[in-house]
Design a protein around this ligand. Sequence first.
Ligand code: HOZ
Length: 427
Amino acid sequence: MESSEALFERAKKVMPGGVNSPVRAFRSVGLTPRFIEKADGAYIWDVEGNRYIDYVCSWGPMILGHNHPVIREAVEKAIKDGLSFGASTKREVEIAELMIDMVPHIEMVRMVNSGTEAVMSAVRLARGATGRDKILKFEGCYHGHSDCMLVKAGSSAVEEQGKPSSAGVPVGTAQDTLTAPFNDLAAVEELFRRYPGAIACVIVEPVAANMGVVGPDSGFLQGLRALCDKEGSLLIFDEVITGFRLAEGGAQSYFGVKADLVTFGKIIGGGMPVGAYAGSRALMEQVAPCGPVYQAGTLSGNPVAMAAGLAQLRYLHSHPEVYTALSEKASYLAQGLRKAAATTGAPVQINQVGSLVAPFFTPDAVHSFTSASKSDLKKYAAYFEKMLRRGIYLAPAQFEAMFVSYAHSAADLDETVQAARDVFAQL
Ligand code: HOZ
């Protein structure tokens, strides 16, 4: 048996940081990543055979739990007929029809391979459809790693044009991305005042789930809708995390706010690499081959990925009780964690929206990136390590979410709360 330590040593020699995606390197928590061998239901097992209750759930798509038989069987059946054709299939039509049925206000769908690609394409479409170049995003919201999204706000109020947040992002590209604090409508209004007729779209995670979990304040999303309507900008909901999770109609139905374009990610692939963007027929027909906005991909609508996604979405569509159960489970967990913190006197905030949960090690309420950033990162790292030792696998970084799945049992949730109580008392 090769240990996680040994595999990580090998990995570091052949992959940057030993990983294919930075957060997996466990640097934020100062540990060696666990190499995962298998997963089933609410659990994952590392290569040494340790079992963990998993709250990463592949960063969201495992909404029904790992290795769900309905999805696994759909994939097994699909692979017998070939892995990729680079040509149209019936399943692409079926999944688009189903998504349109489940999600309000969308009339057409384009499949891509990841959330990053979905956002990149939706932003291009927004720019193409409006003839405007600037886009507006929110501090702490994550929209994948395309150039225009790896941008931070300028350093002063008069210098609000973006600056690259990653090497390799051109300054010119970053300048077209404006950034406002999450939940700050006045800042959005101010940016529209400064750039009249220049902002193609406002893009937002309706529930920010990449700075821990931060829900929208009452009226925030409605306010964005109103401002976009007034200014002729498009509103994009990035639903890579919230789509088919908060409700079968995602954040649009959960919060009762219409978006012009919606981006989806991993969850519509049931664990396979899939993304999509969707909107009205008038907007989506701007995309090639109907319209002038170019976007393409050999693996888009891949038959095996579509089989997995279709199976997951069909299951969710025909089992509405999943959503009630997810919310109940997450509320039970969040309340248990809050009680554990209160009992031990630990200054911990527990944010929860639907089946998304996050702890912050700060005495104050968290409703923006600034308040999220007040969380004590050393405490999160210590909490992570101690929870891991107790068999609870959390996101290996503070600024991520806990994903509760349909497979988490009451016993799993109780075990998690009991472990957290012990750990809070030691921090
Ligand atoms: N960007 C993802 C977390 N928000 C990480 C995905 C991964 O490492 O799998």
